[in-house]
Design a protein around this ligand. Structure first.
Ligand code: SGN
Ligand code: CA
Length: 517
């Protein structure tokens, strides 16, 4: 059901009354548990079958896929945290919700779908990373991290504006708070709970019980790890290369230093470790001191040093995702024990994808596959029949209309996403679905120096335009070049498909009301 305008509050309120009463009578509308991690690559989830995930399995996240669905084409609109979160909460593209870059504020005059769900009689709660500059609105309860948050003994901002440092590992603490809120909610109403983890964001500080995990594991280098980005000007100018001492710092990122040397203290990550209590701090430093001694003894150089950095990155990342996976399992088990699981839409996703060494990189931002895609798995409430692998293209602007639709609440007409309910309802997906998506990244100049760009991705092709202080087009045939190593823009054989894609791109720009540059 679509309503004419988001700000036409009268019709919304009128429609809401009926829905609320219905809810009070039947109390049967499904709950929504939306778990979103940070920077979790689908390549690191075993349900996706990629090498990192298979070497460091995620059995609990995999359960969602086994009992529900795995989306293989789940895209973000702007591969960065705050912009992604703004797309989620408003159902609008960055140019409409105002949050184009990290520091730019979301347009607070836009309605958050949490407000609409509240009006529709849902209880709404948010725990964990929020990352938008303004405080959350439309939540009966929230407890959020400060900015990016801290892994160890994180500080939370509570709803009354006070702050407190809480003991424990961030991923566990967030889950404790989530379970506590579910336990104390009003049991007569359905709920939506957003559980937003800090994990597995840089700089990958593990839960201490997993410090020693994966240390014997050797992760294979992706086949395009030594990519030199030929024919891809913007890629040549980024600053997110594992090999680069500037981009991936040996102390800050890989935690290698000369023990006993004050250089350890120059790493700004040290202050994050210092949040631990004395006993745990000692445990942490003892472990990384011994690795650092070993590193020092080896005198690594050149490719050996780069491969060593890659292994450290993979191992610490895998440790952090291990706790994430445990906690997804905890929440699922809790819901099952509480008898809530079968009437809950259980969602696991990340704010965007991440590079696990593909093209030689870490971080995200680019419209290339690893960061345009994000993991998405859903376990459906009873009554929705779809299962297995879903190939339809979905995007993070689709959550708002989907959740409103599931709640039986009106969907404002100007939301730019689509409700996914038609995809979820039947065993077979609908015959007609979107066959192209629009992407736009704005955060430049900034950390990692990825140029501004926008583009279109269809089932088979991707056309990208890098602009601002560069003017470069790229075209990829994903069928013959899934790793996007060969830019085929500007070749005689690709002129026709380029023209067609340009036309489609302009159509999308008109459809989404994208302002001209
Ligand atoms: C921090 C990180 C960057 C990362 C951005 C955005 N640097 O600035 O590596 O790209 O966050 O990440 S760090 O030194 O502070 O770790 S996002 O997920 O929040 O968008
Ligand atoms: Ca992120």
């Amino acid at each position: 059901m679509r309503i004419p305008s988001k700000r036409a509050l009268l019709p919304v309120a009128a429609a809401t009354c009926a829905v609320t009463q219905l809810a009070a009578q039947t109390d049967s509308r499904p709950n929504i548990l939306y778990i979103m991690s940070d920077d979790h690559a689908y390549q690191a989830i075993s349900a996706y079958g990629d090498p990192v995930g298979l070497l460091a399995p995620t059995p609990n996240i995999d359960r969602i896929a086994r009992q529900g669905m795995r989306f293989d084409q789940a895209f973000v609109e702007n591969s960065l945290s705050a912009p992604s979160r703004a797309c989620l909460i408003t159902g609008l593209y960055s140019h409409q919700n105002g949050q184009r870059q990290l520091a730019e504020g979301i347009d607070t005059t836009k309605t958050y779908f949490s407000e609409l769900l509240q009006q529709a009689g849902y209880q709404t709660a948010l725990i964990g990373k929020w990352h938008l500059v303004s405080q959350p609105t439309g939540f009966d309860h929230y407890d959020i991290l400060v900015g990016q948050g801290e892994y160890y003994n994180p500080t939370f901002i509570h709803q009354d504006g006070t702050r407190s440092k809480e003991e424990g590992y961030c991923t566990n603490v967030i889950t404790d708070k989530a379970i506590d809120w579910i336990e104390h909610r009003d049991q007569n109403k359905p709920f939506i709970l957003f559980v937003h983890h800090k994990a597995c964001h840089r700089d990958w500080l593990p839960e201490l019980k997993y410090l020693r995990e994966y240390e014997d594991q050797t992760f294979p280098l992706p086949s395009n790890f030594w990519d030199q980005w030929e024919g891809r000007l913007a890629a040549q100018q980024q600053e997110m290369t594992i090999a680069s001492p500037h981009d991936m710092d040996i102390i800050y990122d890989t935690k290698m230093y000369l023990p006993g040397d004050s250089s350890r203290l120059s790493g700004s990550y040290v202050s994050l470790v210092e949040r631990l209590d004395e006993k745990r701090k000692k445990e942490y430093w003892t472990f990384y001191d011994s690795l650092s001694c070993d590193f020092k003894r080896r005198h690594l150089e050149g490719k050996d040093l780069v491969e060593y950095k890659f292994q450290r990155y993979m191992r610490d990342y895998a440790k952090v995702t291990r706790s994430l996976d445990d906690n997804v399992g905890r929440l699922m088990d809790y819901l099952r024990q509480a008898g809530l699981l079968d009437n809950t839409l259980f969602v696991y996703t990340s704010d965007q994808g991440f590079y696990m060494g593909e093209h030689g990189w870490f971080d995200k931002r680019f419209m290339y596959e690893e960061s345009l895609n994000t993991p998405l798995l859903m376990r459906l409430p009873e009554g929705l029949k779809r299962r297995g692998v879903v190939d339809e293209m979905v995007q993070n602007i689709d959550y708002a209309p989907t959740f409103l639709d599931l709640a039986g609440a009106p969907i404002p007409q100007d939301l730019q996403g689509e409700s996914l309910l038609p995809l979820l309802r039947e065993e077979q997906g609908p015959k007609k679905w979107r066959d192209a998506i629009y992407y736009h990244f704005y955060e430049y100049p900034a950390e990692h120096m990825v140029k501004r760009h926008y583009g279109i991705r269809t089932e088979r092709y991707k056309l990208i335009h890098f602009y601002n202080d560069i003017d470069a087009w790229e075209l990829y045939d994903l069928q013959t070049d899934p790793q996007e190593m060969h830019n085929i823009y500007g070749q005689e054989e690709t002129e026709k498909i380029t023209r067609q894609l340009m036309k489609r791109l302009h159509r999308l720009e008109r459809q989404y009301d994208v302002p001209s540059l």
